[in-house]
Design a protein around this ligand. Sequence first.
Ligand SMILES: Cc1cc2nc3c(=O)[nH]c(=O)nc-3n(C[C@H](O)[C@H](O)[C@H](O)COP(=O)(O)OP(=O)(O)OC[C@H]3O[C@@H](n4cnc5c(N)ncnc54)[C@H](O)[C@@H]3O)c2cc1C
Length: 483
Amino acid sequence: MNLSESHFDVIIVGGRPSGATLATRLAQGGLRVLLLDRATFPSLPAVSSPIIYACTMALLDEIGAPEAEYAHNTPKIRKLVSETRDYYRAIAVIPEDRGRDYAYAIDRARFDHALWRHAANAHGVTAIEGFGVTDLLWEGERVVGIEGRRHNSRATERFYADLVVGADGRWSLVARKVEAPLYNVDESVATSLYYAYWRNVQPYDLNEPLMVAHGTLDGLGYLIMDSADDTAAVVCEGHAEVIEGFSQGAGAPEALYEALLRHAPRIWARLQGAERITTVRGLKHTPNYYRQPYGAGWALVGDAVHHKDPLGGQGVYDAVFSAKALAEQYLAYKRGAMDYESALRGYQARLEEETLPVYRNTLAARANLTPNFPFQRLLGRYLMESPDVMEALARVPARMGDMTQIMTTRNIVLTLARGVASDARRALTGELSPSAVPPLPIERAQGVQETSSYQQRLGCLGWLFALPAIMMFGGLAALRRAR
Ligand SMILES: Cc1cc2nc3c(=O)[nH]c(=O)nc-3n(C[C@H](O)[C@H](O)[C@H](O)COP(=O)(O)OP(=O)(O)OC[C@H]3O[C@@H](n4cnc5c(N)ncnc54)[C@H](O)[C@@H]3O)c2cc1C
């Protein structure tokens, strides 16, 4: 059959999380789908670190994507360690969600390949990898198809469909060709991120796979995540201008990345004797936006329609959620349950309802990431020493909790009050803080003592800083009630 002559229900440009899962859902709904990607699989996506939570896996369960394949040989991570220098740390347990009490730091090449294969095997999907789409085909104001070329071929091929979907990432060709307007753009906080995969990273002090977040209180954050095949993903992210400061004299990304890693002694210590096994990948400025998600004959999903700072590790979830929402709305239109405009307007509404709160929280959290005066440090420690707060915070990235419900004036006042009381008790009894940072195994071998210098220095003095804050928050709460 000459494919170019055939007409599809839907053409999808881009075959990673959003495109592949959309193709599967539409085919499962009985449509004929052409799935195209200029990449060949397995291969890494543009830039992405690897966290996925149970909520994402639940969406993949709906289409039968096999966890045994996309997470093959990947350790289940049940705990998140959050350290702030050697000042304090907390351990959060990943909450159970629909039978899964773990997250993965997946190998994105393996993950994307498994989703692509799953789509390509679905009845009704024609999948072509190594095919770059170069332009859209129009009839008047309406998109009716695409044209492009296979890798190593000069021949232009054209395909036609009722709907062309851009699942082609943040630099989406489809979005550019239809001139989809941007909205909810936020340029207030620019973030940069660099990462690589390593082997033989020194383990943390607990004998299980972990995600270790490490903040340096100067605009930088690090993540070491145990990943597939005994590797670890080592990520550094932070304010673009702070990271820019490290790039002076360090031209190549490798040199910049190393300078950033050396800046965090506890991260650098874990990399002694380890081997970096991939190139350093990264992004200088992560964009934050929504794009108009549909028009006549076209729609956008995944990063093409919405992108945000990767701080919360929500990109893949949002991508597969947008695919679900578009598939359900479009299939409803195809079944005659609603007209095209209502169906696609419904898609936009569902997309925003699901993603806007997380978007706003992510940007707010990002803006507050440089706590560098004593009271904020103190509050950070008190928050981490509070089991309730840590349990609630661990629910946020799993999309089981809302940051704004946790950081209420009442909770902050309570946390401060409890923290001051605990500090006072410890100052009297000499008891060690539960948030003291233990030495790493490598440091223990060298006889390094438990690091609780911050608590020792600030311990009983903490309340001096906290008292005015309690009065301030208490006063604010009283004022709010009075209104
Ligand atoms: C630095 C960084 C870290 C991140 N970390 C995380 C994380 O830890 N957890 C998480 O959930 N999310 C994370 N994300 C977000 C996540 O990577 C994305 O949200 C997700 O990959 C979006 O999937 P997608 O299918 O929409 O697009 P993509 O994964 O970008 O895939 C787009 C596909 O389209 C294809 N394509 C593009 N143009 C064309 C064309 N003209 N013709 C044919 N094919 C084309 C590309 O080859 C590509 O395969 C991170 C993002 C960044 C930038």
